[in-house]
Design a binder for this molecule. Sequence first.
Ligand SMILES: [Fe+2]
Ligand SMILES: [Fe+2]
Length: 159
Amino acid sequence: MSTDAIVLLKDDHKTVEKLFKQFENAEDGASALKRKLVDSMIKELTIHTYIEEELFYPAARAAAPETKDHVLESVEEHHVVVWMLSELSKMDPSDESFDAKVTVLTENVRHHVEEEEQEWFPEVRKAMGRKELQELGAKMIAAKAKAPSDPLSVRSASA
Ligand SMILES: [Fe+2]
Ligand SMILES: [Fe+2]
């Protein structure tokens, strides 16, 4: 099994995109399903932002210093996302703003993922090379077990 750090992050992105699609296809009154999908989004995105911020982003900056502005912008985007996740964790799916909040979360994350995958991950891949990406990915897999469950415990929440 590949432990390439960028492959792992893209797999996470696909997992979250599936949850977004399922939410978009959910019936209006399907509160239990919406709660379940949003709880999964909170879990997946909190672990993902944690391993990016603790391991991938610092390693990316070190290997490819020209990505610095992209990394800083990405952290600001994480900040918005983790606060939205925290709000959604306390909000009832029957709240009239619940779907609107999930829609804006989805838009933010899709934009963020596109920038990561199109604009700066390729530069990191070039700068790091295969072996370093494999080693970093192995560390990221191990770190998933240490990720917090509260989105506001991720570093960017208080950035
Ligand atoms: Fe990210
Ligand atoms: Fe990401």
